[in-house]
Design a protein around this ligand. Structure first.
Ligand SMILES: C[S@@+](CC[C@H](N)C(=O)[O-])C[C@H]1O[C@@H](n2cnc3c(N)ncnc32)[C@H](O)[C@@H]1O
Length: 237
């Protein structure tokens, strides 16, 4: 009963043949009372993402590729075989699919999320799809749990605004990077018709300032993702 209601609601809210984020990725499975802003929940910074099987219809909607442009995101990450890439706030694993082949059998994808049900779902998905280079782990909201100097890239899509003390968190990400590594944050612009509720959104300048507070040199980079921006933060030389 609940499942069919959710399917109906998601179909009604998200079925739009358009090329920009329909309900994009911060979005709402589901209760009518919680749905605002074109399908986004009225959520607090640290609201939970339970019931992964419901979220998968949003995060892994095949229509997402048209606006998310995952191939462009992967190109901007400049991955090569053997690298270790983190997907922070991995959700249901939309990006894991794209990251896994890019780093190859000798590389590693660390899919991290605070939500145990997302990690439960991800582990099942990764096993089912035999993505042998992917490891999914639950992390604490204020700590990615990464050893110093251990990773080449950290991808954060539609997740940065959920993090509390972002400068302190940025410092932990900076410490986890190898010398040539970088953090890449992808999120919705403040003007986007989709995305988190306006009061939750962070512009690229704020995100760059957060990363700078953590000791990274950060700036927005040129890209063509509709209604989104990409900020890259690097360790100073
Ligand atoms: C809007 S979803 C985006 C999922 C995925 N990045 C995507 O683009 O499909 C945000 C995800 O970040 C996770 N999250 C929120 N706060 C987090 C934190 N402090 N550390 C790691 N994951 C977090 C949530 O549980 C959720 O799965």
């Amino acid at each position: 009963m609940r499942k069919s209601f959710v399917a109906l609601l998601l179909a009604a809210v998200f079925w739009h043949p358009r090329q920009v984020p329909p309900a994009a990725a911060d979005q709402a499975p589901p209760s009518p009372a919680s749905v605002t802003h074109g399908g986004h929940p009225a959520h607090g910074m640290q609201h939970r993402f339970e019931h992964a099987e419901d979220w998968v219809r949003v995060f892994d909607d095949p229509a997402r590729d048209a606006w998310q442009r995952p191939a462009e995101v992967v190109r901007l990450l400049a991955l090569s075989p053997g690298m270790t890439v983190v997907d922070l706030g991995a959700g249901t694993g939309y990006f894991v699919h794209h990251l896994s082949p890019a780093v190859g059998a000798q590389g590693r994808v660390l899919a991290l999320d605070v939500e145990p049900d997302m990690i439960r779902y991800l582990k099942e998905r990764v096993a089912g799809e035999r993505l042998g280079n992917v490891e999914a782990r639950v992390v604490q909201p204020d700590d990615p749990g990464l050893p110093d100097g251990s990773v080449d890239r950290i991808l954060v899509v539609d997740t940065w605004h959920h993090i509390g003390d972002r400068a302190r968190y940025g410092k932990k990400l900076a410490a986890a990077l190898k010398p040539d590594g970088f953090v890449m944050i992808v999120d919705f612009t403040k003007e986007s018709k989709s995305g988190p509720p306006p009061e939750m959104r962070l512009g690229p300048e704020q995100v760059a300032a957060d990363l700078a507070g953590g000791g990274l040199g950060a700036a927005a980079v040129e890209e063509s993702l509709p209604e989104q921006y990409v900020v890259i933060g690097r360790k100073p030389p």
